[in-house]
Design a protein around this ligand. Sequence first.
Ligand code: ZN
Length: 112
Amino acid sequence: MKAARRTKLIGEIETLAEEAIFGTLSETYRCCGNPNCRCHSGGPKHGPHLYVSYRGALGKTTGYYVPLAVQEQVRRGIDAWSRLQAYMRELALANKERLIPKARPGRGKPGR
Ligand SMILES: [Zn+2]
């Protein structure tokens, strides 16, 4: 990897890290609290409501509904997280190749 690419990559990672949000997005439709509403008599339900699910510290899946006012930012944040992972992978590979420049894929036995 060229130094310029490396610098750019680290810059991108810094930018993405500022807004990254961890989790998986899904959209759900729900009934409201009004029993006379159309949604309780076969009409369309309310939504889509944006929902983020993620694996918490204890390995349990948890999540939250996203308020309408910040849906756009949350979508961007989730997208940033996945791009962040791709960039980190590329950078980590480059870091390895700086240390071990000509390593070929292992064939099982070292020292040849
Ligand atoms: Zn309703």
